[in-house]
Write a protein that binds this ligand. Structure first.
Ligand code: NAD
Length: 382
């Protein structure tokens, strides 16, 4: 779906007939290119919410959105010729080579319609002087609430009960759960989502412990900070809410799994590579890990957001995970609420507006003229 480019028309002036198309000046062409955004990995809901957000903009701020179903990668990057910006999502590949190709194609801006930006080579974007902005905050409650849903489904075996009763099996054997009230919950990463999750869990009457190298007074209303080594042995439930960075990659590994309380449950709504999947499978097999709920998975780029029900899935690790009765896997949907999609679309077009107008952008992820400060004044960490 493509919105039609604006045609220049003018009344008869200096011998040019009314409605005759005037050749566009280089400035006009550049202006139009800047307003043209190639949107990758789009689904029907992306088109619906972005189109609605576009309609709500004043005429002077209108953009042209070119929707592509395919993901951005080194091959599809050529679709961007003639556009000023790309708009990408979590599994688009915006690595070093792709950024360079976008730059070579004349693309000046990378607009993420998500919070995480581990799929973008920011260093290369900075080198190329590109504008990069994300949507740092869109209903953190949407993700935090989903983490709670996963935790409770896993803990009370609702996923198993759902299937059982449909077969006419009302036996309760194997569905025994634990009352959450009074349990200890570990929150790894106390940014927007981690704090929202801590608030929800404190409402359940849980003791909340957290680990985050950057401590927040907002979190301290709900619990106390410990080191990861102190936190893990105490927690009945652990939920991951830190971004994927070199320092957090496989933060759940052989050593940290050993520190966890026997039978504790782990929830990951953040990024798949925070977990060493091989080691987690071992811990599930020897029952030291009591359950695992994933909304994200390291190899999700190959699978998530598409229907593979007719395919032979080649990812043996993922398929092994799905054989455990105490593992739940969802397809990266924690963000997926009407409210969050509306906020993402509005903020993405707001970022696009800052790029088009050459304004400093509060959501900038690069250290160049576009960087001002985060809207919430939190320092950015790359
Ligand atoms: P945020 O930037 O507000 O908070 C991240 C927190 O992690 C910060 O407080 C930071 O200090 C902390 N952190 C950094 N390094 C750490 C470390 N080594 N150990 C522990 N904590 C560390 O981010 P947010 O908005 O709360 O989002 C968190 C993550 O959730 C995102 O990075 C993204 O990957 C993920 N996310 C997932 C979905 C989904 O649909 N599943 C949606 C949105 C975001």
């Amino acid at each position: 779906t493509t919105t039609s480019p604006v045609e220049m028309t003018s009344p008869k002036l200096n011998g040019v007939a009314k409605n005759q198309r005037l050749p566009k000046s280089p400035e006009q062409l550049l202006k139009e290119k800047r307003r043209r955004i190639c949107v990758f990995s789009t689904k029907g809901y992306d088109r619906t919410f972005l189109t609605a957000a576009l309609k709500a903009l004043p005429e002077s701020d209108k953009m042209e959105l070119i929707f592509h179903k395919c993901a951005l990668d080194i091959d599809s990057a050529d679709l961007t010729k003639g556009s000023g910006a790309v708009c990408v999502f979590v599994n688009d590949n915006v690595g070093k080579d792709v950024v360079q190709k976008l730059h070579d194609n004349g693309v000046e801006a990378i607009l993420l319609r998500c919070a995480g930006f581990n799929n973008v080579c920011l260093t290369q974007a900075e080198t190329c002087g590109m504008f990069v902005a994300n949507v740092p905050s869109y209903s953190p409650e949407a993700v935090a609430e989903f983490a709670l849903s996963l935790l409770q489904t896993l803990n009370r075996n609702t996923h198993r009960a759902y299937n059982r009763v449909r077969e006419g099996n009302f036996n309760l054997e194997g569905l025994l759960g634990r009352t959450i009230n009074g349990k200890t919950v570990g929150v790894i990463g106390t940014g927007r989502i981690g704090v929202a999750f801590a608030r929800i869990m404190s409402g359940f009457g849980c003791k909340i412990l957290a680990y985050d190298p950057f401590q927040s007074s907002e979190f301290e209303k709900y619990g106390e900070y410990l080191t990861l080594e102190e936190l893990l042995p105490q927690c009945d439930f652990v939920s991951l809410h830190c971004p994927l960075m070199d320092s957090t990659r496989q933060i759940i590994n052989k050593n940290t799994l050993k520190l966890m309380k026997r039978g504790a449950m782990l929830v990951n709504t953040s990024r798949g590579a925070l977990i060493d999947t091989d080691q987690v499978i071992k811990s599930l097999k020897d029952r030291t890990l009591g359950g695992l709920a994933l909304d994200v998975y390291e190899g999700e780029g190959e699978l998530f957001y598409n229907d593979h029900s007719d395919d032979i899935i080649q990812d043996d690790q993922l398929m092994r995970l799905m054989t455990f009765p105490n593992v739940i896997v969802c397809g990266h949907q924690a963000f997926f609420t009407e409210e969050a999609l509306g906020e993402i679309a509005d903020a993405t077009l707001e970022n696009a507006g800052d790029y088009v107008k050459g304004m400093p952008c509060p959501n900038s992820l690069v250290r160049n003229k576009h960087l001002l400060v985060r809207r919430d004044s939190k320092p950015i960490r790359i």
